[in-house]
Design a protein around this ligand. Structure first.
Ligand code: HEM
Ligand SMILES: [Cu+2]
Length: 552
């Protein structure tokens, strides 16, 4: 039952007497929960900034003539959008915010293995972000988020070096977070918490960390070499200097395909938690979901060539990459199957986090299936570099990762803050986002199929209707993102006190107070059960005691 007041001591409260002391207690903290909050603030700031750039792009595309900005400014607008959203929002989002907050709590540990390294990761993220911001203020960059050479290394006269330096520094933050998670998960699990008793969110973050550690250095090198060629004329990518521009694409996608799994795996981990809690059932096929995360992490390294089908790579290479691309869809499909099977005969309650989880499943299926279309060389030849690709990756990145991020934020909000948000507004916002999202991106599949290339701001008039539809959808989507900012903000003052376990969930994080004390648990928990051990009668009991307005 909910208690009537917030706990006397928690990670949020401290006894600093002056503002400076208070500020120091946050900026020099080594508490994983406070660092998660620092990330939450920074990452949401970048999300708003990336959203602003997206707004510019969508407004420009209302008319076919391209009369709001020049092509050069347009290039800078979509690059700003892409760079910020991928490197400074999506990649860190779930691991750095929810992972940081939850990994130690879920495994019954006091903190991450290397708390100071964790703080350093946040500072690196911020420094990287500041570089990207400075680059944007001084005119931005026009290469697209993919920084393809030789344009980026030789011809572009925008702030390539500054932006790349930002992404390079942020990469270290990602590597260090991955390292911290891996060591923590190996070494700091509570007594009795065997690997197969771990929550699936932990498995997902573990798999993600492997990719972060192994793939990010490759991107680092690729980007560093762009700087070396640009500043000192050393021939790496430019054929005129004896370099090879395709080398960049190989190095870039060797990171960036696995990076799409850095974005989606933690999201899948969140969804497993939500589906199980709000169906009141042990997740179906636990081992399959756990191992499919690892399978995705490994196979994800072998498919980068599907981004290069039209780059003149050999047809034999294309064939093999196409085949492995089909394989990588299997573990994703296993997860979708198992989530659906978990719902079967579950006692489902449609709380806000569950709405996001259900939205995720539907949208991720569309995103994943269209990925398979793109993995077929004969289809890709026609739709590569069109809006079809743009729609595909927004279905997985927004429909997938952002849906899960929002679902997770709502689910763990009571744990992070001690207070409940307004459930009615939560459901309304989730619905607005779902409708706005589909209106924005579904027309883009049709646009791409009809031949509208990506990254152009002037287009034949016959595409206008679909573009206007997409922009209208984006306006709805923007409202959907702003509403939670308001009611979550209000909940900090006005929200009902949540109590330790408002959802009646099973994880260790729900066994301590909300918000948790600095040291997480008063007594180290001892684990004697599997994860998601909902007794069969729990579903019926919950259904019987549920009243409108009660959390569950
Ligand atoms: C379910 C399995 C998936 C398959 C089979 C798949 C397949 C593909 C293929 C073949 C392309 C290249 C299209 C082209 O450029 O012509 C592509 C592009 C892309 N995919 Fe996926 N994909 C999958 C899942 C994902 C996920 C989960 C994400 C992100 C969370 C993602 C993000 C992207 C991005 C960002 C691009 C385009 C990059 C760019 O050119 O700017 N994909 N996908
Ligand atoms: Cu890929």
């Amino acid at each position: 039952m909910a208690t009537l007041s917030l706990p006397q001591s928690s990670y949020i409260r401290d006894n600093s007497r002056t503002f400076i002391e208070w500020l120091k207690s946050w900026l020099l903290t080594v508490d994983h929960k406070r660092i998660a909050i620092l990330y939450l603030l920074a990452i949401n700031f970048f999300f708003l900034l990336g959203g602003l750039a997206a707004t510019l792009v969508r407004v420009e595309l209302i008319t076919p003539q391209g009369d709001l900005m020049s092509s050069d400014v347009y290039n800078r607008a979509f690059t700003l959008h892409g760079v910020i959203m991928v490197f400074f929002f999506l990649i860190p989002s779930i691991p750095a915010v929810l992972g940081n907050f939850l990994v130690p709590l879920m495994i019954g540990a006091r903190d991450l293995a290397f708390p100071r390294l964790n703080l350093l990761s946040w500072y690196l993220y911020m420094i990287g972000g500041i570089f990207a911001l400075i680059a944007a203020v001084f005119g931005g960059v026009d290469t697209g988020w993919t920084f393809y050479t030789p344009f980026s290394s030789t011809y572009s006269n925008s702030n390539v070096v500054m932006t790349i330096t930002g992404a390079f520094i942020m990469g270290f933050s990602s590597i260090l977070t991955g390292l911290n998670f891996i060591v923590t998960i190996h070494k700091m699990r509570a007594p009795g918490l065997t690997w197969f008793r771990l929550p699936l969110f932990i498995w997902a973050n573990y798999a993600t960390s492997i990719i972060q550690i192994l793939a990010t250095p490759v991107l680092g090198i690729a980007l560093l070499l762009v700087i070396v060629e640009r500043l000192w004329g050393v021939g790496i990518y430019d054929p005129a200097l004896g370099g090879d521009p395709l080398l960049f694409q190989h190095l870039f996608w060797f990171y960036s395909h696995p990076a799409v799994y850095i974005m989606i795996l933690p999201a899948m981990g969140v969804i497993s938690e939500l589906i199980s809690t709000f169906s009141r059932k042990r997740i179906f096929g636990y081992e399959f979901i756990a191992f499919s995360s690892i399978a995705i992490a490994i196979l994800g390294f072998l498919v980068w060539g599907h981004h290069m089908f039209v780059s003149s790579q050999s047809v034999y290479a294309g064939l093999i990459f196409s085949f492995i691309t089909m394989l990588v869809a299997i573990p994703s499909a296993i997860k979708v199957f198992n989530w659906t099977a978990t719902l079967y005969k579950g006692s489902i309650s449609y709380r806000t986090p569950m709405l996001y989880a259900l939205g995720f499943i539907g949208l991720f299926v569309i995103g994943g299936l269209t990925g398979i279309f793109l993995g077929v060389t004969a289809v890709d030849l026609h739709v590569t570099d069109t809006y079809f690709v743009v729609a595909h990756f927004h279905y997985v990145m927004v429909g997938g990762t952002i849906m899960a991020y929002l679902g997770g934020i709502h689910f763990w909000w009571p744990k992070m803050t001690g207070r409940m948000y307004n459930e009615t507004w939560g459901s309304i916002a989730a619905l607005i986002i779902f409708v706005g999202f589909n209106m924005t991106f579904f027309p883009q599949f049709i646009l791409g199929y009809l031949g509208m290339p990506r990254r152009y701001h002037v287009y034949p008039p016959e595409f206008q209707v679909l573009h206007v539809m997409s922009t209208a959808g984006a306006s709805i989507l923007a409202i959907g993102f702003i509403v939670p900012l308001i009611y979550l903000g209000i909940s900090l003052w006005k929200g009902r006190i949540a109590g330790d376990n408002p959802w009646g969930a099973t994880g260790l994080e729900w066994k301590t107070s909300s918000p948790p004390p600095t040291h997480n648990f008063d007594k180290t928990p001892i684990v004697t059960e599997e994860a998601y051990a909902y007794p069969p009668e729990a579903a019926e009991r919950d259904a019987a005691s549920w009243r409108p307005g009660s959390p569950l």
